[in-house]
Design a protein around this ligand. Sequence first.
Ligand code: ADP
Ligand code: MG
Length: 371
Amino acid sequence: LRVRPLTCTETRRGDRQVVHSLGDGAVHVSAARHDATFGFSAVFDASASQEAVFEGSGMRQLVELAMDGFSCTVFAFGQTGSGKTYTLMGPLTQSETEPASPALLGLMQRSFTCLLEQSRSRGSDVALSASYLEIYNEQVRDLLSPGPPCALPLRWSKTRGFYVENQLRVEFESLEAIVSLLLQGSQRRRTSAHALNRHSSRSHALLTIHIRRRAVSAHPAPGGGWGASACPSKQGTLCFVDLAGSERVKETGSSGELSVEANSINRSLLALGESWGTHHGSPAGPHQSPVASFVAHPPAGHCISLLAKPRGKRAHIPFRDSKLTRLLARSLGGSGITLMVACISPSSRCLSETLSTLHYASRARRVTTRP
Ligand code: ADP
Ligand code: MG
């Protein structure tokens, strides 16, 4: 759990700080009618540096596991403005020519450094490549391919599981190269954010590093020379997910008749609330109530809720129900290893979103998967 500092604006308008870290992984929320304590594997408060978050969150171990061939995923979730992008990438620089201070670099850049160090120390048999996608309105777009963003089809095959057809994978060997891919992709995301109001807070961004390790054979390849491809290769992945803001999207229409359960899931960390009712090809059209469309199309958050149930009581996990959950099926339910970073604001004005993120994060903690 990461609690960001109050921003200047929040301080200026006199917001109160309602979240306090108690140490030992506990946080306390106290406000007029709320008084609750939550526990997490680690809590980073306003004073925690980016480096402390990297070292204290298990991110370094996750990089090592990816190098060993596991599917590893890091999610940042929380309402818009809670510090997801800051935690993953650091503060966005005003211009591309002025790089962020090294101390402020986020989990992504620190992981890249760590990954490249490890790849060097393990010899030259490691091939690294990256893909960068965003999911907006249930459309998958490539953030690395040049030209205007176009939707790519999501397919499934026995051998590969779910995959995005024609997505670009760019090989890289240096920190500069991968950081520049990250900036290019984020720039693309931001550019369309200007065109479409609040686009980026409603889209999920997924940067995946593919790690292919070739076991170099000691025998000459059939065609002469020393073959590297003859041996089976191990492939690990490291995926960084900057989730859409978890706040309830106002455009869902009526609110009075929402049941508490649908409401809280709708507000939840993984809610894909941007497209309720209208964009799923639902015959009921825009007048359909959010509750009904939730039942028809549970958001990713629903998968977490189901995974959090005791194993025997779990129904079928509806990974197929959204593009995000399909793409993350492996890390959410398979043999993947996942680090979830919940981000919250300490401000009194964000109290209800903060509580919903805290409840959700506590629930997500109970998820364990097995191959
Ligand atoms: P999100 O991606 O969740 O919408 P941002 O990462 O863009 O939120 O953060 C919102 C604002 O708060 C930004 O101006 C960011 O620089 C600032 N901020 C977030 N986390 C921190 C932090 N830990 N320390 C200092 N500033 C932060
Ligand atoms: Mg963001």
